[in-house]
Design a protein around this ligand. Structure first.
Ligand SMILES: [Zn+2]
Length: 115
């Protein structure tokens, strides 16, 4: 497990998250194909917003997925998931400065059909 520092584009939102990077994912739902994120599941307690909590704005149905964006630069930082009562975060790995996303081999989640 390693802790990664991450931010939105303008730097208004800074957060860190801890993960082993063992299961990066992409998703083919109508939202994810547009944003192009590669994300990773992270336990709720392992995501810490260090700065700019007040800048975060939300989008989504909120029952299953609650997407958090910087309201200034529009970058998606993470999504809070509630999957049948199990909650976790899907963090946008592209927000982390120290992760070489091109070196990852993300699995495709079939969100277009499973959500
Ligand atoms: Zn921003």
């Amino acid at each position: 497990m390693q802790t990664h520092q991450a931010s939105c584009h303008c730097g208004g939102v800074e957060f860190e998250f801890t993960t082993d990077l063992s299961a990066p994912m992409e998703c083919n739902c109508s939202f994810c194909v547009r944003r192009g994120a590669i994300f990773h599941r992270v336990e709720d307690n392992d995501v810490v917003v260090k700065r700019g909590e007040d800048l975060l704005t939300r989008y989504g149905n909120r029952e299953f997925s609650d997407h958090f964006f910087c309201s200034r630069c529009g970058i998606h930082c993470f999504t809070r998931i509630n999957f049948s009562g199990t909650t976790f975060h899907n963090v946008n790995l592209r927000c982390a400065q120290d992760i070489d996303v091109a070196s990852l081999s993300p699995q495709m989640f079939d969100g277009a059909n499973e959500l």
